[in-house]
Design a protein around this ligand. Structure first.
Ligand code: SF4
Length: 360
C-alpha cells in the first residue's frame, strides 16, 4: 500500500527527496506546506516544480480522504463525514468554544470493537484501524475546513484509540514534533473506555498528554450493563493504570461519566464514584447522556444535580460537561451509520436494476 505524505517527519521528507534526486530545500518546502500552511495536497504546493508535485501525487496518498459532508450538529458544532480511500467513512467534529478557541474531535478507528451500549460508533462493528497518516489527514482536512489550525485536539471520535497505539502514538509524535505540527501535549486529550494495556503503554510515553477514562460506573456490575465483554476491564485495574499514567506523565486523569437514567445516576453511585476519584487524585467529568433513541435515557436535571452534589461531597473535583451539539447528527458515529445505510440502499437498488430490466 502507498504511504501517506502527511505521516512523514521533516527528516523523512529530507531523505525521500534526497533519494529521488531532489535538492534538500524541496523537502523544507514540502514541510512548510504540511506543517505550517497545513496543506496536504501537492497540487496546491505551488512553489514546487510540476514533476515533483506529480511524483508526490503518484507515490503517496496525498490526501487519501475527502470531506463527503459537513453537517451542523447544534451549538455551532460541525460534524464532518470523511470518505476514506477504501470507501469507508469516519467522522470528526469541529467544536468552537465561546472564547474563540476551536477543538477538533478526531476518530482513530473505522467502527469500534468495544461496543459501548449507548454509542452509535460501535453499533455496526469494527472494520479497521486508521493509519497514522489518516489520523493526521483528519487533522489537516479539519484545518482546511476551519481555515486555520485548531487549538485543542481530543481523540473522542469513532474508535478506542488505545487499541490502535501502533498508529495513534506515531500520530501524536508528529503532532507534537517541534519540526512537525508543534502541538503542546497538554492540548491533546486521548480518551479510552478503560483499555488497561493501552493505558499502560500510553503512560510509558511519559508526556504531558491528557488522559480521559470513560468509567461510567463505580462498580463492575453496573459497568457490565454499559460496556460489554470482552474489552471491559475491572474498575480496580483501570484505576491502577490511571495511577500509573498520573505518576509517569505528571498529569491528573479525568474520569468521564456518562449519566444514564436508572442505570448509574443514583446519589449513592455518585458518592462511590467521588470516593474513588478522591483516592486516585482524579477529576470527575459528568456527561448527561444525549438521548438519540435506543434503550438509554438522560436523567432529569434535579437527578443530575443531586449526583454532582454526591460526588462533590466526597471532596472530589467534579465538573458537568455541557454536551456540545445536540440532536441526531451529534451522536458519535451516527453520520457514518447513515452513510453506510445509504451505500447499502444504493447497492440494493443497483442489484435490483438488472432484475427489473429483465422483467420488462
Ligand atoms: S464510546 Fe468510544 S469506546 Fe465505546 S463504543 Fe463508542 S467509540 Fe467505542
Amino acid at each position: 500500500m502507498k504511504e501517506f505524505l502527511a505521516s512523514l517527519s521533516a527528516s523523512e521528507l529530507d531523505s525521500r527527496c534526497a533519494a529521488s534526486g531532489f535538492p534538500k530545500f524541496r523537502a523544507a518546502q514540502i514541510g512548510q506546506w504540511l506543517f505550517e500552511k497545513l496543506v496536504p495536497d501537492p497540487e496546491q504546493m505551488l512553489n514546487l516544480p510540476k514533476d515533483l508535485r506529480r511524483r508526490l501525487k503518484e507515490e503517496f496518498f496525498a490526501p487519501s480522504m475527502k470531506i463527503a459532508e459537513a453537517l451542523p450538529a447544534g451549538d455551532n458544532v460541525t460534524k464532518l463525514l470523511l470518505e476514506l480511500h477504501d470507501n469507508e467513512h469516519i467522522e470528526m467534529a469541529v467544536i468552537p468554544a465561546g472564547d474563540g478557541r476551536v477543538t477538533f474531535c478526531l476518530s482513530t478507528q473505522v467502527g469500534c470493537p468495544v461496543g459501548c451500549r449507548f454509542c452509535a460508533s460501535g453499533r455496526n462493528g469494527f472494520r479497521r484501524n486508521l493509519a497514522c497518516g489518516e489520523i493526521l489527514e483528519e487533522f489537516l482536512l479539519g484545518c482546511g475546513f476551519l481555515g486555520r489550525r485548531c487549538d485543542n485536539i481530543v481523540f473522542m471520535g469513532i474508535g478506542e484509540g488505545l487499541l490502535n497505539c501502533g498508529e495513534l502514538f506515531p500520530a501524536l509524535e508528529r503532532l507534537t514534533d517541534q519540526e512537525g505540527f508543534r502541538f503542546a501535549p497538554r492540548r491533546i486529550t486521548v480518551s479510552t473506555s478503560g483499555y488497561v494495556p493501552g493505558m499502560l503503554k500510553f503512560a510509558e510515553l511519559e508526556k504531558e498528554f491528557v488522559l480521559a477514562v470513560s468509567l461510567h460506573a463505580p462498580d463492575d456490575a453496573t459497568r457490565a450493563k454499559i460496556i460489554p465483554d470482552p474489552l471491559r476491564f475491572p474498575v480496580a485495574e483501570i484505576l491502577r493504570a490511571a495511577d500509573t499514567f498520573r505518576e509517569r506523565s505528571g498529569r491528573l486523569v479525568t474520569l468521564e461519566y456518562t449519566l444514564l437514567a436508572g442505570i448509574n445516576d443514583a446519589p449513592e453511585q455518585g458518592e462511590a464514584l467521588g470516593r474513588l476519584a478522591f483516592a486516585h487524585h482524579a477529576k470527575v467529568n459528568l456527561i448527561p447522556y444525549n438521548a438519540t433513541g435506543g434503550e438509554f435515557r438522560r436523567p432529569a436535571k434535579e437527578r443530575i444535580a443531586a449526583f454532582a452534589r454526591a460526588v462533590a461531597g466526597t471532596g472530589a473535583v467534579v465538573t458537568c460537561r455541557v454536551e456540545r451539539g445536540s440532536g441526531r447528527n451529534a451522536a458519535c458515529g451516527q453520520l457514518r451509520i447513515d452513510a453506510e445505510r445509504r451505500g447499502a440502499d444504493a447497492g440494493e437498488r443497483s442489484l435490483n436494476t438488472p432484475n427489473e430490466e429483465k422483467s420488462k
